[in-house]
Design a binder for this molecule. Structure first.
Ligand code: IMP
Ligand code: MG
Length: 187
């Protein structure tokens, strides 16, 4: 395990927002909730790459029922810290979802533009149900109406990294979630 006191990753953080222990406890709760809500259903958990990958692998192991996994990758054009809402599917699901209960697993909902595009493009595929679970939610930043069915934590308007979330493709491997020092952006 990385020692934060002597770490190349942690030295660029302004502060920690969510500690790995806190995240793990919430993941267990979400797993129990999903297990209860989807008991007896044909659940397909869809991981939105790359940001949700760490969260996804922990969450599905906290869901106590047989389920299927799917992976999608979408690109949202914009700067490193702002999404533009212009979205493209880079990798699509490889199995169809007709009649199945689909749960989209996201890392964070910010403006909501990326996810609302994704929901619209999955809606027409005949799933029995389509719901959204996000680890983090920044409702104050929303540009379109979108409320996740499940969420780990509501956070304020910080740009956060770690536990899968990146700044310019880096910091995904940080075990906790934190706020970067402003110098890192301006560098
Ligand atoms: P939205 O379309 O504005 O909701 O942005 C969604 C995507 O932007 C997320 O899936 C992330 O990839 C990225 N994003 C938004 N906020 C953050 C953040 O605070 N840290 C890292 N990535 C973020
Ligand atoms: Mg993402």
């Amino acid at each position: 395990m990385i020692d934060p006191t002597n770490s190349l990753l942690y030295k660029n953080l302004d502060r920690l927002l969510l500690h790995s222990g806190e995240i793990a406890a919430r993941v267990s709760e979400l797993g129990r909730e999903i297990t209860r809500d989807y008991e007896g259903r044909d659940l397909v958990c869809v991981c939105i790459l790359k940001g949700a990958s760490l969260f996804f692998s922990d969450l599905i192991r906290a869901i106590d029922m047989p389920l299927c996994v799917g992976f999608m990758s979408i690109s949202s054009y914009g700067s490193a810290t702002k999404s533009s809402g212009v979205v493209r599917i880079l990798k699509d699901l490889d199995k169809d979802i007709v009649g199945r209960d689909v749960l989209i697993i996201e890392d964070i909902i910010d403006t909501g533009l990326t996810l609302s595009f994704l929901i619209e493009s999955l809606k027409v595929r005949g799933a029995a149900s389509l719901r959204v679970l996000t680890l983090l939610d920044k409702p104050c930043r929303r540009k379109v109406e979108l409320t996740p069915d499940y969420r780990g934590f509501e956070i304020e308007d910080y740009f956060v990294v770690g536990y899968g979330l990146d700044y310019d493709e880096r910091y995904r491997n940080l075990p906790d979630i934190g706020v970067l020092r402003p110098e890192v952006y301006s560098a």
